[in-house]
Every structure is written in structure tokens, then in C-alpha cells.
Ligand binder design. Structure first.
Ligand SMILES: [Zn+2]
Length: 244
């Protein structure tokens, strides 16, 4: 088991371990967290300009599929260690089509009930066509259009992101207001899946500062922190209601 490098609120997580064990022991069926790691090794594009130009030894060589897989694996490890049922939606390294990924999610929804499944899709944003470094940067989260349970989930991610991603890092919130912090787009994986679903755009792969951050230990730990904390706080506050 990989050891998780939480810098912040270690004591909260120690307490949560007991709470979450309770949730899992008492809930008829626990919440299943499906972690989608986006694209595959064979997906065209989806990398930094230095990776696109084949600069293998550049400190800014970055491939979205690899980073997202590393994050997804760590996220499952941490959630599993806390007693939460989490698993990779795409264990494969190659690209798995959106229709197949959606089919996998909905198969779980049919088996466990859609209210007992939560999908987190991990991505890294891009502003240009991949050839040039761009100025746009920052973290954002997406849900489908309209107000759904997914907005509640997304808000927990945003609350944590506000604490963790401080300037010069940028937060791209739609509006800094409850349930309106996320961006809304009917992305296929969000729109066609039956359960609550959020898609995280973890900074920009064509911005130099963002790529340096994403590749750093601090950046990885913080991106992971936001996603894990978002899931846990959603479960504890909204789903299990055990803190009352
Ligand atoms: Zn992506």
C-alpha cells in the first residue's frame, strides 16, 4: 500500500477512518466511487508542448494519460485505505472509448442503484492546440447543465480547492457561490452516466507554471487532497449524515 502524503488536516483523516468504518459496516450498500482516468497512451494530443515535440528530458515533458493514471491509482489506494469502496473505471493503459466507459458506469448503477455510485473523472485542461505554451491556467470542475446532486459533490471539491490552491495558482470558479462554483457542460461521460458525476480539470498541460506544479510532489499531493477530501466530505455530510 502506498503511503499517502497528506500535509494538511492529518488528524481529521484519522478520525474519519473510524467514521467511515462505521458507514461501511452499517450501510446496506456503500457508496461506490468510480475513478475515471481519462485518456489512454494511444490518445492523440493530450500532452504538453515539450512532450509533443519529443523533448523527453525536458522537465516540462507531460502526458495527461500518465498523470491521470497516477492520480487515479493513488486516489483509489487512499479511499480504499479509509474503507471506501473505490475502483478504477479504466484499468487499461490504452484509450477506452467514452461509450464503453459510460457502459461500465451504468452497469454499476444498475447493480447498486444510481444513488450509490459516484463518478470522478480526472483530466488536465488545455487552452491551445498543443504546439505552443499558453497563458491560461488554473483548476476547474465540471458537472452537467442544471442543478443536480453532482453540483453538491462538486461544491465540496471547490471548498477544498479554495483552501489548497493558493496564489499564484489559479482557481477557475464559475461563480463563488454555493452550487455555482462548478462549470457546467454536457460532456458525454457526465451526461450519459446515470449517477452523480464530476469531471476535474486539474490545471493546464500547455501552461509552463501549471505543468511544473502538476509534476511536483506538492502539486500531486494537493490535487489528490482536493479530490479525496471532496469525496469524503460529500459522503460524511450529505450521504451518510452521521455527524449529526
Ligand atoms: Zn482530458
Amino acid at each position: 500500500m502506498r503511503r499517502f502524503a497528506y500535509q494538511q488536516s492529518q488528524s481529521i483523516y484519522d478520525k474519519l477512518e473510524t467514521l467511515l468504518a462505521w458507514v461501511n459496516a452499517h450501510a446496506k450498500q456503500g457508496l461506490k466511487v468510480l475513478v475515471d482516468n481519462g485518456h489512454g497512451s494511444d490518445t492523440p494530443g493530450k500532452c504538453s508542448p515539450d512532450a509533443r515535440n519529443g523533448l523527453k528530458h525536458s522537465p516540462l515533458y507531460f502526458k495527461e494519460y500518465a498523470w491521470a493514471r497516477e492520480m487515479a491509482n493513488m486516489m483509489c489506494d487512499v479511499l480504499n485505505a479509509l474503507g471506501i469502496d473505490a475502483e478504477l473505471l479504466v484499468p487499461e493503459v490504452e484509450d477506452v472509448s467514452l461509450t464503453e466507459r459510460t457502459r461500465r458506469v451504468n452497469a454499476w448503477c444498475k447493480r447498486l442503484g444510481k444513488d450509490n455510485v459516484l463518478l470522478v473523472s480526472i483530466h488536465v485542461n488545455a487552452a491551445g492546440n498543443g504546439k505552443n505554451w499558453m497563458s491560461a491556467r488554473g483548476w476547474a470542475i465540471y458537472t452537467t447543465k442544471g442543478e443536480t446532486e453532482s453540483d453538491v459533490v462538486a461544491d465540496y471539491f471547490c471548498q477544498r480547492a479554495k483552501m489548497v490552491f493558493l496564489p499564484p495558482l489559479r482557481l477557475r470558479l464559475s461563480k463563488d457561490k454555493y452550487l455555482e462554483r462548478d462549470h457546467e457542460e454536457n460532456f458525454y461521460i457526465l451526461h450519459k452516466t446515470l449517477c452523480s458525476a464530476v469531471l476535474v480539470e486539474n490545471f493546464f498541460q500547455d501552461n509552463k507554471e501549471d505543468v511544473a506544479y502538476l509534476k511536483s510532489d506538492e502539486g500531486k499531493a494537493s490535487c489528490l487532497d482536493v479530490m479525496v477530501d471532496g469525496v469524503i466530505n460529500y459522503m460524511v455530510n450529505e450521504w451518510a449524515n452521521i455527524l449529526q
